[in-house]
Design a protein. Structure first.
Lengths: 336, 336
DNA sequence: CTGTTAGCGCTTTCAT
DNA sequence: ATGAAAGCGCTAACAG
């Protein structure tokens, strides 16, 4: 297919120097006579030579590549984090492997090992299911740098960036309470995920602080999908004494709730208030525009990328970063 | 960091055989005595040995890796294609590089070359801006297999899968015409993209077939975003003689239109009908649920992956595949 | 400053 | 069926 592979040797020969010298100009080492460097560079360009990254990786024992492991790339939330990571990392010339785990614990482990065998530098673990302590030992063996994204890490020396979801959900619940709501439903994500747990905790703390008794029939554990939210709403509103407001652990589930209520002819927000979380792109364009806990999604990705860059260059675990979410009030909430 | 790197040599030594033999069992060659193979496999497992894929890649001149190049990974449409590709390709053990181009022509070219230097096998070009003929010559030089996804390729021997958008949009426009609409607005995506052009063509053909004169003030070129759709709607409905129906080149723009109309207090569908395209996850949960041209997104990705697998194994350009879109009628359209 | 010499970890002839 | 040896394309000492 290719006419003749142009390698470092070819460049060396046509330039009348040794491969080592070519390698030196390739890597911008200073001890090369400028005129020679110039000549070599010219030939490189003329022959459209691109160094074989794999050979380079073999001798260095590392390839300038990062891995991103996400539960579900087709979820906007994760794909936006990916994009942020990519954009931030691109200037360094690092390529990025992407892997889906579908939230399956073992898949996550396998993928990590597989990536390690490719001599990559670091791995971003977005909303990982593998526990922090295991991540730590696993990556020590592998010689790869891990950065945990969007998952709280405590009592474990690990590079990580996450959002303070507890505080965010206290705020969200209080917004509803301030509007006079007392029967506030909560639709949680999978409680095995720390974020889901934290959001639920925030909601509970707010209730407690305002002397509202928690009602078990108003809590549902769902799965972060539109359908899941729809089903949860169906269950919640079929019962006697339905809530006057619903707080959802993400926007997708809130969309499911909105969809169910629209179908039932229940008006939002006059009859029921709805709050989501994430502030995905469509949130402000829904009917009604959704009040939601805006997650700093892009910032999450950018920060993660910066942590990684710092981590791989200093070889020291960088300090963790805790970002803040912010309630964005739109028209899906009103007084009781 | 690592205790001691376990390489093929270590395995060979502890098994009392040569590296060549270990390599043979690794690659499932038959001429190895079964008992030896067993023993080697045992040691591999015991020492948790994972072959160095980079070294392997260097000698083979190829790494079992594919690249996916998309305009914008944070767009659900593309991220779902990615997921489909990934899932289909995963069983073969191929890893996947992901790259964003932001729809920039030159970025696309650079990325392709960069990926090639990593000795990858093939590249999926999703909705590429680089013209087909250039793709062909570029990849021939590079020795990498290209598969074009979601872009019509004609008059050029290139592996590709795309959707028949012309027919789909004829159907969509006729749906509106059948409901008595005569003033039908059209919000196009960037017309440099073949898909956008095709959708516009479908709309035009339908109008012509039904004797409706095209009205330039009813056509807008936008950018496939919610905001773009919103702005287009604003322009369209500010003028005298606004349309009674709007056909959009994707769902995101349709959401923008819906959002604008809601804000203006214009009822959908009783006052204005709206049609989108893609059938993204939220489409059925909007208010009102969106009538849309459902693109076989997942199938697009799966087919692309299959083409790639076929391409790389046979080394022959596989036949192109043209998928069909289907109009899904929901509640955003009604009679005039 | 520059060239020579060894490998990086693996696969692949070529012998045996 | 198995081992020895060469080499993929590059970088990294080590000389000079």
């Amino acid at each position: 297919m290719v006419a003749k592979k142009v390698t470092i040797k070819v460049i060396a020969k046509t330039a009348g120097v040794s491969p080592a010298t070519v390698s030196r100009v390739l890597n911008n080492e200073r001890n090369v006579r400028p005129e020679i460097a110039e000549r070599v560079r010219g030939i490189i360009k003329a022959l459209d030579y691109h160094p074989n990254e794999v050979a380079r990786g073999l001798v260095k024992g590392k390839v300038n590549t990062l891995g991103v492991v996400v539960p579900d790339i087709s979820n906007t939330f994760f794909s936006r984090i990916c994009k942020a990571i990519q954009n931030t990392v691109m200037p360094t010339g690092a390529a990025v492997f992407l892997h889906n785990t579908d939230g399956i614990l073992n898949r996550e482990r396998e993928i990590i090992k597989e990536l390690a065998s490719k001599l990559i530098n670091g791995i971003f673990l977005v909303a990982p299911r593998v526990p922090a302590t295991e991540i730590r030992t696993l990556f020590e063996e592998l010689g790869v740098y891990p950065v945990v994204v969007d998952a709280r890490v405590e009592n474990c020396r690990l590079a990580a960036v996450w959002v303070d979801n507890v505080t965010a959900f206290i705020e969200a619940a209080e917004h509803l309470i301030a509007k006079g709501h007392k029967r506030i439903g909560f639709i949680a994500g999978p409680l095995a995920v720390a974020n889901s747990k934290d959001r639920l905790d925030g909601y509970r703390i707010a209730l407690r602080n305002h002397g509202i008794k928690e009602n078990a029939s108003l809590n549902y554990e769902s799965d972060f999908t539109i359908e899941g939210g729809y089903e949860a709403a169906k269950n919640m509103f079929r019962k006697a004494n339905p809530p006057t407001a619903v707080l959802c652990s993400n926007d997708l589930m809130a969309i499911g709730v909105l969809s169910y209520l629209n179908k039932q002819g229940v008006e939002v927000p006059s009859e029921v208030s709805v709050v989501g979380c994430d502030d995905i792109d469509v949130a402000s364009s829904l009917y009604p525009p959704l009040t939601t806990v805006s997650q700093p999604i892009y910032e999450l990705g950018v920060t993660a990328a910066q942590l990684m860059l710092q981590y791989t260059s200093t070889k020291e675990v960088p300090p963790n970063s805790i970002l803040h979410a912010k309630l964005i009030v739109r028209n899906s909430t009103s007084n009781v």
